[in-house]
Ligand binder design. Structure first.
Ligand code: PMP
Length: 305
């Protein structure tokens, strides 16, 4: 990864190399951080950040779950996101706001200061070149997601990603592009860092938030784009074997965008390539950024000067 020149850290822009935290920071020891992943796209009207305010709202919701008082307002963090993209001269970017319990006291319930940073850099397809067009081979992980009464999946918190790492690293070790996890109920949950959509008879089926998943903003965008286009969407519990029976399957997320899945556990899904519903949704989603899809929900926020 080529690092950019500038980063926003605790209130202002500074050189990338100077955004440091103490090794005794609470977040490093106990996973007590909350973060976001956001994309900015190069549109015909200039760079625009996709659903920035929704991501910032989720960041504050994650912080609230863990009693972390972020010492900036949502507007200040939105401004930091704009500033870090602009200062790095990026047209297309991935943004990473992160807030963590810093240095102060000792012990799990210590009231530490909350440190905040926003990084941004150029990023292509998350699951590899060709993933968006050719699709990926996925597997069901031997690791399950955490039960809902253990760790809240609705918070995008650093500690949750120990689960994601086990799922993703096992999948890569076994030669798969990504892993899919079951919930503690045994029903389908989500990918290591992506939500799931299955297509049956032209309708979209996606797992519900009660299935230990992060309520993805891309998932929500897809649901709304699909409904606008007259495609039915059902949120429902889904058993594992439906992965093998569906006509089409894809994962989605800010990083993964809309990535078709061509096989699961070595079994071909549908025709083994992106099907018509997946292609239509990719067209609608990526169309937001090249002007083919009207931005009727006001999701694109032009980069500020
Ligand atoms: N689930 C998990 C576990 C994730 O990490 C992500 C990526 N943030 C998603 C789903 C998709 O969420 P979003 O579309 O908001 O990026």
């Amino acid at each position: 990864m080529q690092y950019p020149e500038w980063i926003w850290h605790n209130g202002g822009i500074k050189p990338w190399a100077e955004a440091n935290t103490h090794v005794m920071s609470h977040g490093l020891h106990y996973g007590s951080s909350v973060f976001e992943g956001i994309r900015a796209y190069a549109t015909p009207g200039g760079s625009a950040i996709f659903r920035l305010q929704d991501h910032t709202r989720r960041l504050f919701a994650s912080a609230r779950i863990y009693d972390m008082a972020i010492p900036y307002t949502p507007d200040e963090l939105d401004a930091a996101c704009h500033e870090v993209v602009r200062r790095n001269g990026l047209r297309q970017a991935y943004l990473r706001p992160v807030a963590w319990r810093g240095l102060g006291g000792f012990g799990l319930s210590a009231e530490t200061p909350i440190d905040v940073a926003v990084a941004s850099w150029h990023m292509g397809p998350y699951l590899g070149d060709g993933a968006l067009t050719e699709g990926i081979d996925a597997c069901v992980s031997s690791w399950q997601r955490f039960a809902p009464n253990t760790i809240p999946a609705g918070a995008k918190a650093g500690g949750n990603y120990l689960s994601g790492q086990l799922v993703a690293r096992e999948a890569r070790r076994l030669g798969f592009g990504e892993g899919i996890a079951l919930a503690s109920t045994g029903l389908l949950s989500e990918g290591a860092g992506e939500n799931l959509f299955l297509v049956f008879d032209g309708a979209l089926h996606t797992t519900p938030v009660s299935a230990a998943l992060l309520n993805g903003i891309t998932r929500d965008s897809i649901i709304r784009l699909a409904r606008d286009a007259g495609i039915a969407v059902v949120e429902r519990d889904l058993p594992r074997e439906y992965l093998y029976l569906c006509d089409e399957l894809f994962m989605c997320g800010t990083a993964a965008e809309i990535t078709p899945i061509r096989s699961v556990d070595g079994r071909q899904v549908g025709a083994g390539r992106a099907g018509p519903v997946t292609l239509r949704l990719q067209e609608l989603f990526f169309g937001l950024f090249d002007g083919r899809t009207p931005d009727r929900h006001g999701w694109l926020e032009p980069l500020r000067d």
